[in-house]
Design a protein around this ligand. Structure first.
Ligand code: BT5
Length: 312
């Protein structure tokens, strides 16, 4: 661990102001070395406040490249980690990893062209958790859909475990908090014949960013807006990856888990596909991952993709 990382790590652990003397003592280096390292960190844009009493962080919720290294050192799937202050989309960097034949994770503080399904815009201001998992795995193409459900379940369980909030999944790729969109999953795959060569799993979660007053297609919320306080994202990231790996390696009953966390099943829904608009009661997921909807005119529809709106 280099000195700059050690200083940031120390400062983000507590709200207190640390004197240069105390930092120097804790890290076993001179005060001049600390002072120089702080200067370098400020030049890199880290929000370190300097006062007469010492140093503190204006915003303690920082994720560092070293954090990602630590996380993947414990991973049995992901071998490469990349962190960006700003990037077009974490999907782009993840694609490079996958095309080089590796599995890895990419996290960015901000995305300038974050995207959702069908090329839609995904607002990715600083404070959210924006990541993509690049996964090389021999998965039959027919089962690729499971990755979206698996990632939604992992996200919901990580949110519950980290912040004790009652998050839910919504068909097909949303995560809800208080009935509003707190996160979304974007799956991009490359396949040869009927086998996956890689999957890029984009996960976006609104944490400390503000979204409640944005005019999206459906109401949005961030965890911080819901809880009314600022949060640390690193524990969520750790829990999310841990849960993803457990679910992926143990091949637990993903669809059952998704169903038990679902806010869609049992609801009256309107589904817009590229062919039609369907209204009815969403009753189940079948084993192929299709949503089953009983329509008002008595038909049973199997829907594989589309936009879903919960009706009252
Ligand atoms: C999604 O698409 O929900 C998938 C979002 C995936 C984002 C992650 S972030 C890391 C990785 N890198 C990327 O570039 N993307 C992934 P979809 O279901 O198509 O929803 C998109 C719609 O959600 C938009 O058309 C807006 O209406 C709304 N929206 C945009 N930004 C939002 C936000 N931050 N929070 C809630 N809703 C948002």
């Amino acid at each position: 661990m280099n000195l700059e990382f050690k200083i940031l790590d120390l400062l983000r652990r507590s709200e207190e102001v640390y004197s240069g003397e105390l930092i120097a003592k804790e890290l076993g280096v001179s005060r001049v070395a600390i002072w120089k390292a702080i200067k370098r960190l400020q030049e890199k844009g880290y929000p370190i406040k300097v006062s007469r009493r010492g140093y503190s962080l204006e915003n303690r919720d920082i994720i560092l490249p070293e954090d990602l290294e630590k996380i993947i050192s414990k991973s049995s799937i992901f071998k490469i980690a990349k962190y960006f202050h700003e990037i077009s989309s974490t999907m782009d960097a993840a694609r490079e990893i996958a095309e080089a034949g590796e599995s890895g994770i990419v996290v960015a503080e901000r995305q300038s062209s974050g995207r959702g399904r069908l090329g839609r815009n995904w607002e990715s201001e600083s404070g959210g958790l924006w990541l993509t998992l690049a996964l090389r795995a021999q998965i039959p193409l027919k089962k690729a859909f499971l990755l979206t459900y698996l990632s939604s379940v992992a996200t919901v369980e990580a949110l519950k475990r980290t912040y004790y909030v009652n998050a839910k999944v919504k068909w097909p790729n949303d995560v809800l908090l208080d009935g509003k969109k707190v996160g979304g999953i974007l799956l991009e795959i490359k396949a040869e014949v009927d086998l996956l060569s890689h999957a890029l799993i984009g996960i976006g979660i609104n944490i400390n960013n503000r979204v409640a007053d944005k005019r999206f297609e459906m109401p949005a919320i961030s965890v911080s807006e819901f809880l009314g306080r600022k949060l640390m994202r690193l524990p969520l990231l750790k829990n999310l990856l841990e849960r993803f790996e457990e679910l992926f390696l143990e091949e637990e009953l993903i669809l059952d888990k998704w169903k038990s966390l679902s806010e869609t099943l049992g609801r009256r829904v309107r589904i817009i596909t590229h062919e039609e608009i369907i209204e009815g009661i969403a009753t189940d997921l079948n084993e192929e991952g299709a949503l089953l909807v009983h329509t008002v005119d008595g038909k049973l529809k199997r829907i594989f993709s589309g936009d879903c709106f919960h009706l009252r």
